[in-house]
Design a protein around this ligand. Structure first.
Ligand SMILES: C[S@@+](CC[C@H](N)C(=O)[O-])C[C@H]1O[C@@H](n2cnc3c(N)ncnc32)[C@H](O)[C@@H]1O
Length: 265
């Protein structure tokens, strides 16, 4: 039997399980994280690793209100990937929204569990505030160097995104995790299926912050990159994704990738 979060006893038994899909050591739930996170039992996760909507992409509300494909992709309209929600808030609303789900995420994380949050330069200060507001201990910022980026005359390139990280209280040095880098250098993936898809190898490196074999939660799963990376690195992973299109895309991707891995062995 496939072990879903339901059968792993980490979901409230009275909760009506939403649409979901899973396989050996992974599952993705289809729905709104702000509702679903509340349904997990305390101490369910060994790490929270996610790339939430940034609500960024412009210096004023009019530019931020554009669709995610307009803001984050240079593809033509015909080839554009599906848009996603929760990305048009102003900064204050986004900070409240982020603090709300981060508070719920902390309740279901084990003591000492690490949290890693992707973000861009514009929302970096707000993210560090939301993290602390939600009760997590902020421990640092790692850098994702995207290698290539648009040159800007007379300005620095916006070549990096960031990983704001911390822990649920004390993070003992005796954890069974080695020394991790502070800078990750990977170009954006080719042939993306999600408008803001992260490089798989980047996520395989980042999940190493979790103790071996632990259970990782990604509340904004997108194309399922974190979930796939986690399983490939020997962890168990649960993702949540609200968009119909990306729930379909992520689950198809995981089924194909992980089944073919099994077939190769
Ligand atoms: C930045 S993308 C994640 C991309 C992912 N890291 C990848 O590599 O494909 C954020 C995702 O969060 C989803 N999302 C937005 N609001 C959500 C919510 N309230 N609950 C669950 N998912 C949500 C969006 O549909 C989008 O796919």
């Amino acid at each position: 039997m496939t072990k879903t979060p339901e059968t792993l006893n980490i979901l409230n038994p009275d909760f009506r399980m939403p649409e979901h899909c899973g396989g050996d050591r992974w599952s993705i739930l289809h729905g709104d994280s702000l509702q679903i996170l509340r349904q997990f039992e305390p101490n369910s996760f060994d790490a929270i690793i996610t790339d939430p909507p940034y609500a960024s992409g412009g210096s004023n509300q009019t530019t931020k209100n554009r669709s995610t494909s307009e803001k984050y992709s240079s593809m033509s309209k015909e080839k554009a990937l599906p848009d996603f929600d929760s990305d048009q808030m102003d900064q204050l609303s986004w900070m409240f929204w982020t603090a709300a789900w981060l508070q719920d995420a902390r309740r279901i994380a084990k003591p000492g569990a690490p949290v890693c949050l992707f973000i861009d330069w514009r929302q970096l200060p707000a993210m560090t505030l939301a993290l602390q507001w939600a009760g997590w201990t902020w421990r640092g910022v790692a850098v994702w160097d995207k290698v290539a980026s648009r040159p800007q005359k007379g300005r620095f390139r916006q070549q990096s995104e960031y990983i704001v990280w911390g822990s649920n209280g004390k993070m003992p040095l005796e954890r069974n995790v080695g020394c991790l880098p502070g800078v990750f250098r990977y170009p954006n993936p080719q042939n993306r299926i999600h408008v803001t898809e992260k490089p798989l190898q980047l996520m395989r490196d980042v999940v190493q912050i979790c103790e071996p074999g632990g259970r990782i939660l990604d509340p904004f799963a997108g194309a399922g990159t974190t979930v796939l990376a986690a399983v490939q690195e020997g962890y168990e992973a649960v993702g949540i994704e609200m968009s119909d299109a990306y729930f379909q895309r992520s689950t198809e991707r995981l089924k194909t990738a992980l089944e073919s891995e099994v077939n190769q062995n």
